[in-house]
Ligand binder design. Structure first.
Ligand code: NAD
Length: 498
């Protein structure tokens, strides 16, 4: 059985780790590898390597940093096929979907290639008599990223290219469920000319996460994952004096107005609910059908959900693969049952799906539940699987109130042909990312990504301009160069400007 190692200081290493976790092939149910689970000593080694590397990387020119990032961008493009296959094999998503996350992640590298612009400060000549002021931003030092299974390359790419472009060094603790692509990225960074120790990968579980959160030499932590762990990471990381941004879970609502193009809305809802088997933090898991939209929408959605082609992600004819583990499969099926028991109507039932030749795979089919109400478990919990619930609302204001009452606030969308309704929606919802006739409004890299409420703990959204702010701190210089021999009077009162 292959053992997936850490990547520390420019080389693959066991880092004295002996514990391992299985890495499954979700399409077959087979264990395909083991991944090391770091003890604190491996985390210490990675942080020490990163701290050493920071001494020169933190002082390197922006030109040198961007040269590495331009090369990395080319290498990510060249290795796209290989990476997509690795992701599909460990995560289960279809290869084209894996390609999608690679491309979206690469866009962050492209943004980071423009770090010279993103880091530009301001300069005020003669802000006071004979005095100029300017500001600039400097890197923090060693920063860490802790990432979820569902986007094994894109979510880490939201973090490290920007952190590294800003002059930090990085320790990544990826999900232990699909760890391999992170090691390939480490190799590509090395091929791109990144000095050893600037980017390190430590595999592991809570032990590794705690070691990073408590480490005195880690200045900042970016986390993406479920809400309970995000809250924990934020509390523990900030308690030890770190800057922390912790992105949590989601329950994304799409509001469908009666004036929407229902065929268009149903197509997009189906793709947004069942793409990647619903395992996207921006997946639509609740359709809010407004007024008479409901009766028209449900049968169209049902037909489309039944038509989704489910099978192994390696087969390009499939649209949806398995979920990540056997437990995840059973959990999704359990939510269909609990919804049914609590009074919902099962319009499409994915519980009994069997994929021929892949009977041991972690497959569960698309399910659609109608007549769902906010008190049901299937509405209250993040299911994170191919399950779409339909809630009915009388009008737009009721739909907005429903979205706002939900503790999550990651993404939401409205389908409508009425500009006033769209504008009212985008201004009133307490959600970080909003789509108007766009079901998965993941911001492009030049904007930042982040939710509100229980979907984000900490002040900064991730990547884009907010990422640059997160990974740097500001300095403001006030300078005076008096003429030699022409003195400037010193004042005992607090200096005012004249
Ligand atoms: P998870 O919270 O189980 O794991 C995320 C990371 O935390 C992993 O690296 C994992 O090893 C680590 N971890 C797990 N348990 C831990 C513990 N007890 N203590 C310390 N660390 C722990 O999440 P997941 O199942 O890998 O990913 C799915 C979740 O991530 C969903 O809730 C999804 O909504 C969320 N997600 C959110 C976003 C976003 O941008 N808001 C993006 C992607 C995924």
């Amino acid at each position: 059985m292959k053992t997936i190692q850490h990547w520390i200081d420019g080389a693959a290493t066991f880092g004295a780790s002996t514990r391992t976790a299985p890495v499954w092939n979700p399409a077959t149910g087979e264990r395909q590898a083991d991944v090391l689970l770091a003890e604190p000593s491996a985390v210490d080694a990675a942080v020490a390597a990163a701290a050493r590397a920071f001494e020169s990387w933190g002082d390197s020119s922006l030109t040198k940093r961007t040269r590495v990032l331009f090369s990395l961008r080319e290498l990510l493009a060249r290795h796209e096929d290989e990476m997509a296959r690795i992701i599909a094999a460990e995560h289960g998503k279809v290869v084209d979907d894996a390609r999608g996350e690679i491309v979206r992640g690469r866009e962050v590298v492209e943004y980071a290639c423009g770090i010279v612009s993103a880091l530009k400060g301001g300069y005020s000549d003669q802000i006071s008599t004979g005095v100029d002021s300017f500001d600039f931003r400097q890197p923090l030092g060693v920063v860490a990223g802790i990432t979820p299974f569902n986007f094994p390359i894109m979510v880490p790419l939201w973090m490290h290219p920007i952190a590294i472009a800003c002059g930090n060094t990085f320790v990544l603790k990826p999900s232990e469920r699909d760890p391999s692509v992170s090691n390939l990225v480490a190799r590509l960074y090395a091929d791109a000319g990144l000095p050893d120790g600037v980017f390190n990968v430590v595999h592991g579980d809570r032990t590794a996460v705690d070691a990073l959160l408590d480490h005195g030499d880690v200045e900042a932590v970016s986390f993406v994952g479920s809400t309970p762990i995000a809250r924990y990471v934020h509390e523990r990381g900030t308690a030890s004096g770190k800057r922390v941004q912790a992105l949590g879970g989601a329950k994304n609502h799409a509001v469908v107005m009666p004036d929407a193009d229902l065929e268009f809305a149903a197509d997009h809802l189906t793709a947004a609910a069942f793409g990647s088997a619903g395992q996207r933090c921006m997946a639509i898991s609740v359709a809010v059908a407004v007024g008479e939209a409901a009766d028209a929408l449900v049968p169209v959605l049902a037909d489309k959900a039944k038509a989704v082609r489910v099978g192994p992600g390696q087969d390009p004819s499939n649209e949806m693969g398995p979920v990540i583990t056997a437990q995840a499969r059973d959990r999704v099926a359990g939510f269909v049952t609990s919804g049914e028991e609590q009074g919902a109507v099962v319009v499409v039932d994915g519980r009994d799906l069997r994929v021929e030749g892949h009977e041991e795979g972690f497959f569960v089919g698309p399910s659609v539940l109608d007549g769902v109400t906010p008190d049901m478990d299937v509405y209250r919990e993040e299911v994170f699987g191919p399950l779409l619930v339909i809630v009915r609302a009388a009008d737009l204001d009721e739909a907005i109130a429903l979205v706002n009452a939900n503790p999550y606030g990651n993404g939401t969308a409205i389908f409508t042909s009425d500009g006033e309704a769209a504008r009212r929606f985008q201004r009133r919802v307490t959600v970080g990312m909003i789509g108007v006739n766009v079901p998965i409004p993941v911001p492009m890299a030049h904007y930042s990504f982040g939710g509100w409420k229980d979907s984000l703990f900490g002040g900064n959204h991730i990547h884009g301009p907010e990422g640059v702010r997160f990974y740097t701190r500001a300095k403001v210089v006030t300078s005076r160069w008096p003429h030699v021999g022409r003195s400037v009077e010193a004042a005992f009162n607090f200096p005012t400007h004249g």
